[in-house]
Design a binder for this molecule. Sequence first.
Ligand SMILES: Cc1ncc(COP(=O)(O)O)c(C=O)c1O
Length: 465
Amino acid sequence: MTADHPKSFDLARLLAERGGERYDLHARHLNHQLPRMLRTIGFDKVYERAEGAYFWDTDGQDYLDMLAGFGVMGVGRHHPVVRKALHDVLDASLADLTRFDCPPLPGLLAEKLLAHAPHLDRVFFGNSGTEAVETALKFARYATGRPRILYCEHAFHGLTAGSLSVNGEEGFRDGFAPLLPDTAIPLGDLERLERELARGDVAGFVVEPIQGKGVHEAPPGFLRAAQDLLHRHKALLIADEVQTGIGRTGDFFAYQHEDGVEPDLVCVAKALSGGYVPVGATLGKDWIFKKVYSSMDRVLVHSASFGSNAQAMAAGLAVLAVMEEEHLVESARTTGELLRSRLAALVDSYELLHEVRGRGLMIGIEFGRPRSLGLRSRWTMLQAARKGLFAQMVVVPLLQKHRILTQVSGDHLEVIKLIPPLIIGEPEVDRFVRAFTAVMDEAHNGGGLMWDFGRTLVKQAVGSR
Ligand SMILES: Cc1ncc(COP(=O)(O)O)c(C=O)c1O
C-alpha cells in the first residue's frame, strides 16, 4: 500500500516513529497538566494494547481496567462484534450525512433504545453526554415555556456552558460565570423541590439516579415523589443516565430500580457506542419533540452536524446486540453484588474503610477518620493538607503494585469509584479484592512506603496552594 502511495498517510509508521513522544507532545500542545499529574503520581505508563477488561504495557504486563474510560467501555475494549460493525459500516461506503435524506441506522437505533424505555417515543442523537444534557435542557425550556432548571448539589452533567450551569460543584463553575440562572437543591430534598416549583418558573429537574461524584443514590421513593411534584407543577423530570445507563447499575436505566418512575427526558451517551465513536442521545416524550419541532420551518432548530452519523449508529446497534446476547445487564447486577458484598465484608476489618455502596457495577468505597491514635494523626495530617489525599494514596498502589486502574470519585472526596466494563466476572472480582485487601493491610499495619507517598502528596498539595 505505502509502496504504491509513498506520500499517503501511514498510521502504523507514524505511531512507530513518533509514538515515543506521547508525553512530550501533550506537555507541549495539549493540556500540560495531564502529563504533569501523571508523572507526579507515577501513572506515566505506556500502554500498548487493550482487550476486554485489560490493557497491556510495553513490557507485556497486564492491567485490570476498573474505570472503563470513565464508563464508555461498557462492553469491554475492542469487542469483536462492535469492531466488525465498524469495519462493515466503513466497507459499505454509505452515503452518510447527506443531511437531506433519512438513513436507516438512526431510526433502527432509536427503535432499539426506546424499547428499553417504552413510555418514551423519540430520540435526538448528538455526540457526547454533555450534548445529550444540553438537548434536554433546551427541550424542557421550550416545551414548558419556562426558564429555570433545578439540579442537585454535587451533580455532574457535563462541562459545556448549559450543563455547567447545572453542575453542583464550585470547582468546576468557578471563573466561568455568567452561567444560566438555575438552582441547586440537596439530593433527596422534596420540600425544597416543592418550594422551588411553587415559584412557577421551573422547566424541569435534572438528576442522576446515582450521582457519579461520590456514588450517592437518591433516597428510596425520591424519584417517584419528585416526578409527581414536577408533573403537578407542569415541569419535567430529566434523568441523566449518561453514566448510569446501558446496564451499568444492573437495570438498563438506573431510574428503573424504582417502580413508576417515567422521566420525561432521558440522557444517554458513554457506553452506548462501545467506546469507539462519540455519541449522545436524548430520549423524550412525543409531545416534547412535537413542540420543539412544531413546524417545517423549525426542522433544524436543534441539530448537530455529526449527529446520527453511521459509525456511531452502527456501533450503538452492535453494543445493544452484545448487551442482549451476553446478558450484560444481569451480569452487571450479579457481578456487582458479588464485588460490593465482598468489599463491604472488609469494613469491619479496616478502620479507615467506612462504607461500600452503589448498585450493579457502579461502586463507591468511602474512607474516613480512623479510631486508633497512630492512624488518626496520619489521617489528620493528610486532611489538613487536602481532602481526598488518602483515596489518592490507595489509587496509586492499586495501579503501581497491583496493576489495577481506578479513580478518586471527585475532587476533595475520600471515595474511590469502581466502574469497570460490564463483562468482568469472578476472576476480576478476586483480583480486585485481593489487591484492595493488600493495600488496606499496608495502610493499617505500618506501610511506611504508602504513608511516605502520602507525605509527598501533602507537600505537593501545600505547595500548589
Ligand atoms: C452523569 C453525567 N452526565 C454527563 C456527563 C458528560 O458526558 P461527556 O463527558 O460525554 O460530555 C458525564 C460525564 O462523566 C456524566 O457522568
